[in-house]
Design a protein around this ligand. Structure first.
Ligand code: DGL
Length: 274
């Protein structure tokens, strides 16, 4: 039987989670909502994030989602409990799966969590890491989301734009590692950061800290598969997806393709209010 899975994020970043879900559970039917009109969530207050997350989630439940994936670290960190209370379907966020993956990669170690300001201020990762027997240091990297949104993603070529992003990344990592030189893993606590993974690994090596970089997207897809009792890697990677955005569908298609790694087509515009 096909499961209808709703996936939402403040924008495009959650498509990195959808990309993993498509690999792990290709047979499901996906509805993805990018709340692009109200992005970024990461610089907003808890009250606003909860309000936005609730309206996005309710939209997906009303469209028939049987399970909701909150593919946004900020919404998970600040609104997961409210979402679970308000919805009648199971809700899976990205913080706990990411922490579980970090615990596998760095048992008992010290994890550097890179995230938005709101996620860092919530200390959701610190709590989750502590419960998993890890120590966490949380670092807000507010410039990375706009750089990725702008397409300034290093791709190995010596482009000026890629170099700017690498430099910003280097500053954030250097600051965090100076404060915490015994870091044993880096956890990507924001949906946009998997696009910077290669640059991050290279920068960490240059800074003399070759530690594992953990992506909560992959770990989240695995938790969803566990919850559904299904896992079918390699059978089919063309799961059916419908896309909704609250702002320009043209921009969503263009940027989304980069995040999803395959064409994002037929995006529908919806209005969730302010
Ligand atoms: N999706 C958000 C996250 O994972 C990043 C973008 C935003 O700030 O809205 O935290």
């Amino acid at each position: 039987m096909t499961t209808a899975i709703g996936v939402f994020d403040s924008g495009f970043g959650g498509l990195t989670v959808l990309r993993e879900l498509l690999q792990v559970i290709p047979s499901a039917e996906y509805t993805y909502l990018g709340d692009t009109a109200r992005l970024p969530y990461g610089s907003k207050s808890r009250e606003t994030i909860v309000r936005y997350a609730l309206s996005s989630a309710r939209f997906l439940q009303e469209r028939g989602a049987e399970l909701l994936v909150v593919a946004c670290n900020t919404a998970t960190a600040l609104a997961l409990d409210d979402l679970r209370e308000a919805l009648t379907i199971p809700v899976i966020g990205v913080v706990e799966p990411g922490t579980r993956a970090a615990a596998r990669a760095s048992a008992g170690g010290k994890v550097l969590v890179l995230a938005t300001q709101a996620t860092v201020d919530s200390h959701a990762y610190a709590r989750s890491c502590e419960a998993a027997g890890l120590r966490a240091i949380e670092k807000a990297c507010p410039l990375l989301v706009p750089l990725v949104e702008e397409g300034w993603v290093p791709d190995g070529s010596p482009s000026e734009t890629g170099l700017v992003t690498c430099e910003v990344l280097r500053i954030y990592l250097r600051e965090a590692l100076n404060e915490s030189p015994d870091t044993s893993a880096v956890l990507l606590g924001c949906t946009h950061y998997p696009l910077l993974r290669a640059a991050m690994e290279q920068t960490l090596a240059e800074l003399g800290h070759e530690v594992p970089v953990i992506d909560s997207a992959q770990a989240t897809a695995e938790v969803v598969a566990e919850q559904l009792g299904t896992r079918s890697i390699g059978e089919r990677t063309t799961g059916r997806c419908s896309f909704f955005a609250t702002d320009s569908v043209v921009k969503f298609g263009r940027l989304g393709t980069r995040f999803l790694g395959r064409p994002v087509q037929s995006v529908q515009l919806i209005d969730l209010g302010g």
